[in-house]
Design a protein around this ligand. Sequence first.
Ligand SMILES: Cc1ncc(COP(=O)(O)O)c(C=O)c1O
Length: 428
Amino acid sequence: MIDAGSVETALRSALSQGLIRQEDTAAIFYDLSFLASRIKYLTSCFPPATLHGLAIKANPLTRIMELMRGFAPNIGVEAASIGEVTMALRSGYQPDHIVYDSPVKTFSDLEFALKTGIHINIDNLSELDRVNKITMAGSCTMSGSAGLRINPQIGLGTILESSVAGEYSKFGVPINFFREELEKAYLTHPWLTGVHLHVGSQGCPMHMLTDGIGVLYDFVADMNRKRGRIGFPSISVFDIGGGLPISYQSATSPPSMDEYVRKIAERAPMLFDPASFKLITEFGRWIYTNAGWTVSRVEYVKRDPAINTAMIHVGADLFVRECLNPRDWRHEYSLFDQWGRLKEGTDDHPYNLAGPLCFSGDIVAKNVLLPRVEEGDYIVIHDTGGYTFSMWSRYNSRQTPRIVGYRADRFEILKERETLEELQGFWR
Ligand SMILES: Cc1ncc(COP(=O)(O)O)c(C=O)c1O
């Protein structure tokens, strides 16, 4: 988490260097050194041959994807659509560093993926049939590798919309209901050498993630014994998905990556034997979220008898989850004056941070304790580096903000503020 003091240093520097112009009513910042250190730490926790497929859905900015690739040789991406696969290829990722997950791949998506040589995680048994049909028709061969997504059915976390390993899930093949079919799939497809799971994201405690891995680890051990007997190659690609939670509140400490890896190794020791398994990870939130913050100028302040409202320039367009499900998604907020100086203290009444969109639910946070807010101040919403800009909504046609990266006091524009022409182009 980047604290208010560090944000103040960067914000004052950005303002003095003219990076937040009059038209930049809001902007998103990324601490690029933080991202580099995240990758260094992540790669030090896992065996060197692990492929870290960073979840593009958490942060699809081209420039960031390019930078991440340069931070370590085994950095790849996890793509949730053919659009994301294409973006990855164009950002310089080699096909064998791209993992393709989607629960609704069409025939042409699959043909493209098979020809390109990326790793495909097949979501369900009907998709497995499609892959068979395509390869048997001879229009393309399996030039990469493939796994099957299995739902270990170990339960739900505290946030329903980001829990995908309950009894029911729209993702994967549920192991308890379809064990026989899964066995058949692995014992009739020699090329099916991978397994994939993703238990969930924020809201899933660490033991749920390791429980899920444990269920698949036992299944794979059984399958490999049986595959060995019929001369099939072992299942050797084990994709553990992402999901390690992070903290949005400085008072709480999330599990650490090295602790997670230790727990996986206790439950599934052979996964760390490079002669037996190639590991894939798909972290998104853990990589990106704490590296970014969003700043908005306060345009107006409304002072009702019991509550104040700070009218800001980002709402449910940038903070979809926060506005629609505020119980589960709350950030920390800091206030700065027009020169970027941190304001201290607490006003008599709390503040609602209200966005610019035309619906009453467009409130980024309610009842926030802040110093006295004035027009022209800057509100910073912390920890917005993941699943924030990637979820941008076009409702009310607001221009997307300028996005800036920094290392100490050196800044780089990662994406320019959208022009009115570009905005109109979206609807044309
Ligand atoms: C298949 C898959 N892999 C990886 C991720 C990334 O999860 P997280 O950002 O929680 O690490 C997701 C998130 O939705 C996912 O669906």
